[in-house]
Each structure stands twice: as C-alpha cells, then as structure tokens.
Design a protein around this ligand. Structure first.
Ligand SMILES: [Zn+2]
Length: 261
C-alpha cells in the first residue's frame, strides 16, 4: 500500500502545480481555495456567493491575452485613469464627478488583490527554482539564505521567505463549540479589517494556504519530487525520484522537433 505521507506530499505538490500554472484562469481561484481547504482540513467554507470570487469570475480578460496579462493591463489603465482625472480636476473641467460614478471600488479592490496574489505566485515560482538549483536540503538552504547579506542576488527573495514563514503560523488548531460539542478545529487566525464592500475576510487566504502547502510539501520530502519543464518551464511533480526533463510527452516531442530543425 502507498505510504499516506507520500500520497499527501504528491497531492500538495499537485496543488502547487495548479497555483504556479501560467495559464491560471479566473475560474481557478475558487477551485484552488476549495482544494486547499480540503488538503489542510481547515474549518473554512468557500461560499458559492463569495463576493470576491464572483467579481473575479466576472472579469473579462482580453481575447488575445492571459488572465495575468489582462489584469496587469487593467492595473495600468487604472493608473492612467487616475492621472487623467487629476489633470481634468486641475484644469477645472467639471465632468470629473460624472465619471467617478463608473468607478467601482469593490471591483478595483478585488482586481488589485488578485494582482497581489499573482506577484506572490511569481515569487513562489522563483523560490522553487532557486531551491532546485541549491545543493542543500531545503531547511539548510532557507536558513543560509536568511542569513545572506546580499538580499538581491538570488531567486529566493528574503522578504518573501520571511512572509511565507510568518503566514505558516496563522493557521492554527483551536477548541471551539461546534453544534453541541467542544471540538478541535483548524482555523485561519489572521484577522483583517474590511477595507471596502468586499471584506478582506471574503478573500480566501491564499498566502496562508500557500505557506502551509509549500512547507508541508517540503517537510514530506517534496524537494526531490518536483521540477520545471525544459520546454514550457511549467512546475511539475513526479512520483519517482530522478531528473525528468519535461512536464509531458507533448513538450518532449515539441523540444525534439525544435532541435531537429
Ligand atoms: Zn512542458
């Protein structure tokens, strides 16, 4: 029978590979949140009516662009928008307030939160690459990195590692009354104040989920069971140790075809 720790390690790795996928779509956030809750046995419900997820799912990416690129472009257009408004105000034009009505603060907040998450995702991607290049076991590699005097000269960003570590402890076992019983449950303990109509509580705590999943994956031996595809650069998990070069047969063939040309 398969070792349950091994099975767990592979499922955690598979969650990571979805989180780190470049082709992440607006529908993935709900899936990722639900799967993380299951993996971590957390007492957290991803409400079907969750306002944050609904706003993200209603985002229309530009046809020729990925979700990530579309959101980045959106963020840029917001900057331009604010600058234009400022110029109009300064030049004394009075159509400023008319246009303000179209500005939806909840939507802006939700998009910004996803952009923030995508940035976190990029750091995770680089971190895992850095770890793969390092010859030391992850616990030593991280400790060494944190005492490094040169903060910029590495894929493994020091601030990011510190954040990851501090997020780990914000998922905790507590006792609580559930129905008519005192039960031990696992909860996200990082309380945040709502800033807008979309409360921060509605945003699934992806950073905490990621921190748990990543460190649990590594603790269970994951360092020897992942890689990045030589063709498409995707993060992948393997069931057997040893260097595999491609995430799929499609990429293997594509690479071969390219090298023949
Ligand atoms: Zn690939």
């Amino acid at each position: 029978m398969a070792n349950p720790d091994f099975v767990k390690m592979i499922s955690l790795g598979e969650w990571l590979s979805k989180f780190l996928d470049d082709d992440i779509s607006k529908w993935h956030f709900r899936e990722l949140a639900k799967e993380a809750v299951d993996l971590l046995h957390a007492d957290y419900i991803v409400n079907p009516e969750n306002k944050f997820l609904k706003i993200i799912e209603s985002f229309e990416p530009q046809q020729d662009l990925s979700l990530i690129k579309s959101l980045e472009r959106w963020a840029l257009s917001q900057k331009t928008y604010h600058t234009t408004q400022k110029l109009k105000r300064e030049s004394g034009r009075n159509d400023f307030y008319d246009e303000m009505e179209y500005y939806d603060i909840d939507r802006a907040f939700a998009y910004q939160s996803v952009l923030h998450l995508i940035n976190f995702r990029n750091r995770t991607f680089d971190f895992m690459k850095g770890l793969l290049k390092s010859d030391s076991p992850w616990r030593f590699a991280i400790a060494q990195r944190l005492s490094d005097r040169n903060p910029n000269n590495n894929l493994m960003k020091i601030d990011f590692i510190r954040d990851l570590i501090s997020f780990y402890s914000t998922l905790d076992e507590i006792f609580a009354i559930k129905g008519d019983e005192l039960k031990k449950i696992v909860v996200f303990t990082l309380a945040k104040k709502p800033l807008t109509g979309v409360s921060e509580r509605e945003i699934p705590p992806f950073e905490i989920m990621l921190s748990r999943i990543l460190f649990d994956f590594l603790s269970l031996g994951g360092q020897e069971y992942y890689g990045f595809c030589d063709y498409c650069e995707k993060f992948y998990v393997v069931q057997r140790k040893g260097r595999k070069r491609f995430c799929s047969d499609i990429c293997r063939t594509a690479k071969q075809r390219k090298s023949i040309k």
